[in-house]
Ligand binder design. Structure first.
Ligand code: ZN
Length: 407
């Protein structure tokens, strides 16, 4: 996925996340070395590469050599430069990469300071040679870091609020405080970004496409209508229309090919036609389906969602509620019978599922809410299974506050 952002002076830059397929994953230090380098190249052997690296990929000088560098915060570089020397690339005990930075005699002089490998930012030589600009390439293989990467690349534009007034200090007493105005949320748009948007250049992109799959309880589908429409006409019209979910039942009656798929897997083989309100066999491409998120505490529909993750080829609501030939009264009963709710399992599952998207802070709030609601029968049990997920981000946050190097 890719997001284009603009810096304050207007230069565009892109954040790009690339997932490698199973066979192409970088598993060892030497695999990483083939893609990423953090060393200065020999200027006699590779003069052009050496030139781009020194122009675009050097950090500093900062630290003791230049205490007034903008990256310095409380006598330390915010980005922890200069780094330590490393004999070979390795993945440390926390799963973060330590790139090979050998102590060599190659240095580059900047602001009268000789910088060597410990000041180089990770780069890919081919990309740098081709594009002749700053391109920072990093390796990440921690599944729980992915949501933070997403948060980082989607952090949104810079915001500023500027007010120009001709009030002097003496006139402030009569000034009316406009609280609504103080809450305005402004967006700063540089001329470069304005042009970028006028020309409709890509601002973000992602692959594969993801379809959000809607579902509902019997007769509880949402309906859109104009405020001037007569309600009986709206009901009459909507009764005969299939929703995406009802169309799934119909598709299962029609196509045997879909009967081995859960609702979430359905978009891999079928495409939903919004106008015709039906699912058609997919002729090309690929897509991932995701069931709409339902918070714990919504009752039956939450349990229905749990059940939809295992049911295949359903042709009616009763079909969704039937398991091994037994038709259950409610989705909650069905989930109980299947052991999906024993020992507070629904709470554990809800926390585990939220941990894939939510930050540690959000998860801790969720756990606190569950405690308040008194819905868990054995909170200690839920805590013992999920505390590692709930503690997510605490170490990172402490490291950041105490300025201890680490990711
Ligand atoms: Zn620095």
């Amino acid at each position: 996925m890719c997001i284009v952002e603009f810096q304050k002076r207007g230069l565009p830059h892109a954040h790009i996340l690339i997932w490698l397929s199973e066979g192409a994953k970088l598993r060892t230090g030497s695999d990483i070395d083939k893609i990423i380098s953090v060393e200065l190249s020999d200027p006699t052997l590779y003069p052009s590469l050496s030139n781009v690296v020194s122009n675009f990929m050097l950090h500093g000088p900062c630290g003791l050599a230049n205490k007034s560098s903008p990256c310095m915060k409380v006598r330390r570089c915010k980005k922890f430069f200069p780094k330590d020397y490393e004999d070979a690339t390795r993945i440390d005990e926390d799963g973060y990469p330590k790139y090979e930075r050998r102590q060599t005699r190659i240095t580059i002089s900047k602001k009268w300071v000789n910088l060597d490998n410990i000041y180089v930012m990770p780069y890919n030589p081919q990309l740098l040679m081709r594009y002749q600009t700053h391109i920072n390439v990093e390796y990440c293989n921690k599944s729980n870091a992915i949501k933070y990467l997403f948060k980082y690349v989607n952090k949104g534009p810079d915001r500023v609020s500027i007010e120009i007034s001709n009030h002097g200090k003496d006139t402030n007493e009569d000034e009316v405080v406009d609280e609504i105005k103080q809450y305005y949320d402004y967006r700063y748009l540089s001329p470069c970004e304005a042009v970028w948007r006028i020309f409709q250049f890509y601002i973000h992109d992602k692959w594969p496409p993801i379809h959000r799959l809607a579902f509902h309880l019997p007769n509880e589908q949402s309906i859109t209508f104009r405020d001037y429409e007569r309600i009986d006409r709206v009901v009459e019209r909507s009764e005969t229309l299939d929703t995406m979910f009802l169309a799934w039942f119909e598709a299962n009656k029609k196509y045997p090919a879909g009967r081995n798929l859960t609702y979430a897997k359905f978009p891999q083989m079928f495409v939903y036609d919004h106008d015709a309100r039906l699912w058609k066999l997919r002729k090309q491409g690929f897509a991932i389906g995701r069931l709409t998120y339902i918070p714990l505490g919504c009752g039956e529909i939450f349990y229905m969602r749990l059940f939809l993750t295992i049911q295949k080829g359903c042709t009616s609501f009763n079909d969704v509620k039937t398991f091994h030939g037994q038709l259950f009264e409610t989705f909650r009963d069905a989930c109980y019978a299947l052991g999906l709710l024993a020992d507070d399992k629904e709470f554990i599952d809800a926390i585990k599922e939220s941990s894939k998207l939510g930050s540690g802070h959000q998860l801790r709030r969720l756990f606190a809410t569950l405690l308040f609601m008194c819905t868990m029968s054995i909170p200690d049990l839920v805590w013992n299974v999920t505390w590692r997920l709930l503690a997510d981000g605490i170490l990172h946050e402490r490291r950041r506050r105490l300025q201890i190097p680490g990711f």
